[in-house]
Write a protein of this length. Structure first.
Lengths: 445, 334
């Protein structure tokens, strides 16, 4: 599972990625090609690295940081050139230029990182010998041509060219053969360096990504997560960056939420507009951010590593795929059930399953799903409006409307009974009184 | 010749032809041969029809340009590989054309190169700002065939216009048509105050009233057929952010309230109205101005049309010069 495969998950991952201030297009492509980490040690190492960047950014002076960023803007994607080099092809002038450009850039960035005491964090291979090969005159500037110094005969031809422009075409032809020989020779000398050059390119992308992530942690007020030793996760003051920003634009505050879940199913109930879906979205987002090594939008978090994450939200694109919303939802949940039969550690977040069908069958489907998941290696967090028998599930409830304002915090309750606030909320929205009064009358019968 | 001194006063020059075979390439060659390179860094590129290696119209090979030692140039990867000179690569940009990325290099010997630079205005502007970062003093753009937009003031500060018998073999028509283009290029800038207020606006039709109120005319687009102006009694200035077409100019002229109006367009490349309409508009008391102005350095003529018809060079130069009040050169018969 690569980052680019999940970036459009309805949990809002793209928003977080779009907020990253990456300097080069290559770093973005590299980041999108990262696989989701499922190994705890790897995740810890990634955060260890990121920690060093956050520390660095606290003490680095702004001019140096800007110099580093400016350098990284020059990072180009030269994978094709590196592949040609690795296959012993003869590089042309443009490709040799690209190699030299990258080698000089890598050396510059390595020096800047060294000044910050960061050499042990990300290793940039020493490409000084590559520069020497491509800079015979020791000019240390990132330009390139087949220099006169490579070949005395070439030097002679070129000086003739300048003296006798009328014979230029002939001389150019002779020179081009010599040049090709030089390029062949240079490519042969560079061939053993292909792997190191590639490694340098990746290292620079990694630095770009880490700088951007560290910056984001500071700007969004994110935290470094702890690794949960159990199969469950705990979040304090968790928020959804995109929803928070949308609310801020409207002049409102996002109320952060505390939540934890373990291996036994968690059922979230609560009034409409109580933020249940946002909780599921944020949990999904946090899980992905954790396993791709980003800051976590919460004050504090202990997160368990999962092998698979499923986020089933009611009416996702069902129409486009030609399925009814019910069919699409059933198929999604079915994937969770099939996966739960394996040894995979699974996080499943399901928003109001079976909500589009009749309440009798709907409630039965939801109850059955809870029972089925109870003993499997699945952390299930599910929201519902149905009155169901929770069994072993833990029940959380949105506090809901109090004194005219919505309290989005979650409290633990010991039954699965759902609040009956739909009519009050509708009334507060200013919905037609005739309709609501009639509904109330019907309810009281 | 004064052309060269004039050119050196600006940071950018574009050379555009009103028609194929009006001598645009001759003009470029002429300029490149004469520019002093001792104290100036000069870069040259072209804005071409995307992917054009042979001319789309005449099927002839695009001409190679001879560069002198020390000149910088921007061309596509493909044409860089086909270069016939020794040059040092300075930069490989992210600007893509269908012939590969645009690369920048410096000529180490004299020699020939096919120019195929950035193919869109924004990409060209990006390349030009890269050039300024490299310390280039003057950028010369070989404009596209009959694409005046490559000479837009948004791109270059100065321009040379090439015209000739290929544009029209009738001397009177040629002089009149060319004079009209020159007239548009030389449209005066609007007042500083209006310049500041209108420059950020990039779409719609706007009016400025006598009391200074700036308002967008809702439902009015410069292209719409059923144009109706109402409540224009107080209107002093009209600004058309997009293209200015005949119908619009005519409607403005026929509206009594707008007799004395100042009609502002972004720059001369946005005017698509015919000479007749523009002249009638002026005659009735209207005035046209622009937000961006490009300095026209000279007009060059090629009196020979591709079909073999030849106009008298001397008469053509003097008649055109009289009509436009600017020097006119026949670079081939000088």
């Amino acid at each position: 599972m690569l980052l680019k495969n999940v970036i459009d998950s309805p949990c809002g991952l793209r928003f977080v990625l779009d907020q990253l201030e990456l300097q080069s297009g290559y770093a973005r492509r590299w980041l999108l090609d990262r696989p989701m980490m499922t190994n705890a040690d790897e995740i810890e190492a990634t955060y260890g690295m990121l920690h060093r960047f956050v520390d660095m950014m606290q003490c680095i002076d702004v001019t140096r940081l800007n110099t580093l960023r400016f350098k990284l803007q020059a990072l180009k994607d030269i994978r094709t050139t590196i592949a040609n080099l690795a296959h012993s092809a003869t590089l042309d002038d443009i490709e040799l230029f690209e190699v030299k450009h990258l080698a000089i850039l890598a050396t510059d960035v390595a020096r800047l990182m060294d000044e910050q005491g960061m050499t042990d964090v990300i290793e940039i291979p020493d490409l000084a010998p590559v520069i020497t090969i491509l800079d015979p005159d020791g000019m240390k500037i990132a330009t390139f041509y087949v220099y006169d110094s490579y070949c005395a005969e070439l030097r002679e031809l070129r000086s003739q060219m300048r003296q006798h422009p009328d014979q230029q075409d002939d001389l150019l032809l002779q020179a081009s053969e010599l040049e090709e020989g030089v390029r062949r020779d240079l490519s042969r000398q560079l061939h053993p360096w292909a792997a190191a050059i590639e490694q340098a390119q990746v290292a620079l992308a990694q630095i770009d990504v880490c700088l951007a992530k560290a910056q984001q942690i500071r700007q969004m007020g994110m935290c470094f997560p702890g690794l949960s030793m159990t199969e469950g996760s705990t979040y304090h003051a968790m928020f959804h960056p995109q929803v928070r920003e949308a609310l801020a634009t409207a002049g409102r505050d996002f109320q952060p939420v505390d939540i934890s879940y373990g291996l036994s199913p968690t059922l979230i109930t609560g009034a409409n507009m109580g933020g249940k879906t946002v909780v599921l979205k944020t949990l999904t987002l946090c899980q992905y951010l954790f396993q791709f090594g980003f800051g976590i939008p919460a004050a504090k978090a202990q997160i368990a590593v999962k092998d698979e994450v499923y986020f089933c939200i009611g009416d996702e694109q069902s129409v486009e795929r030609g399925l009814s919303s019910f069919a699409a939802e059933m198929k999604n949940i079915d994937r969770v059930i099939q996966a739960s039969r394996t040894d995979s550690r699974i996080l499943a977040l399901i928003d109001e399953p079976a909500r589009t069908t009749n309440p009798t069958e709907g409630a039965a489907l939801v109850t059955a799903l809870l029972r089925l998941m109870q003993d499997r290696p699945v952390s299930l967090v599910m929201t519902t409006h149905y009155d169901i028998e929770p069994g072993h599930a833990r029940c959380l409830r949105v506090k809901g409307f109090e004194n005219g304002t919505m309290d989005y915090s979650l409290v633990e309750v010991h039954d699965g009974e759902v609040p009956h606030e739909a009519l009050n909320i509708a009334q507060s929205l200013g919905i037609d009184t005739e309709w609501l009064t009639l509904a109330r009358t019907l309810l009281s019968h | 010749m004064h052309i060269i001194d004039d050119i050196l006063r600006y940071q950018s020059l574009s050379i555009v032809g009103l028609e194929k075979n009006t001598g645009k390439t001759e003009c470029l060659k002429y300029v490149l041969e004469r520019l002093p390179l001792e104290h100036k860094r000069i870069a040259v590129t072209s804005i071409g029809i995307d992917g054009e290696t042979t001319d789309q119209v005449t099927r002839t090979q695009k001409p190679e340009i001879t560069l002198r030692q020390g000149m910088y140039f921007g061309t596509s990867e493909m044409h860089y590989r086909q270069r016939r000179l020794v040059s040092e690569l300075i930069d490989v940009s992210d600007v893509n054309t269908s012939l590969g990325r645009v690369v920048t290099a410096r000529a180490l010997t004299q020699g020939k190169i096919l120019l195929s630079g950035p193919s869109s205005g924004p990409a060209l502007r990006r390349w030009m700002s890269d050039m300024r970062r490299l310390g280039i003093d003057l950028v010369i753009i070989d404009g596209a065939l009959s694409r005046l937009s490559s000479a837009s003031p948004a791109v270059s500060q100065s321009m040379i216009l090439a015209t000739g018998a290929a544009y029209s073999a009738n001397m009177t028509t040629l002089v009149n048509k060319t004079a009209f283009v020159v007239e548009l290029i030389n449209l005066p800038l609007t007042s500083d105050d209006q310049l500041q207020r209108l420059t950020p606006i990039d779409k719609g039709v706007w009016a400025i009233d006598r009391d200074g109120t700036l308002r967008e005319l809702n439902g009015v687009t410069a292209l719409s057929q059923e144009l109706r102006f109402e409540g224009m009694e107080q209107c002093q200035t009209l600004y058309v952010a997009g293209a200015l077409v005949d119908g619009f100019v005519e409607k403005v002229r026929k509206n009594r309230a707008l007799r004395q109006v100042e009609l502002v367009v972004r720059d001369f490349t946005k005017v698509f109205a015919t000479p007749q309409q523009v002249h009638l508009f002026n005659k009735c008391g209207g005035r046209m101005t622009v937000l961006q102005h490009s300095h026209l350095i000279a007009v060059t003529v090629n009196p020979t049309s591709p079909s073999g018809y030849v106009l008298d060079s001397h008469t053509l130069c003097s008649r055109l010069s009289q009509a436009i009040n600017l020097p006119v050169y026949d670079l081939l018969n000088e």
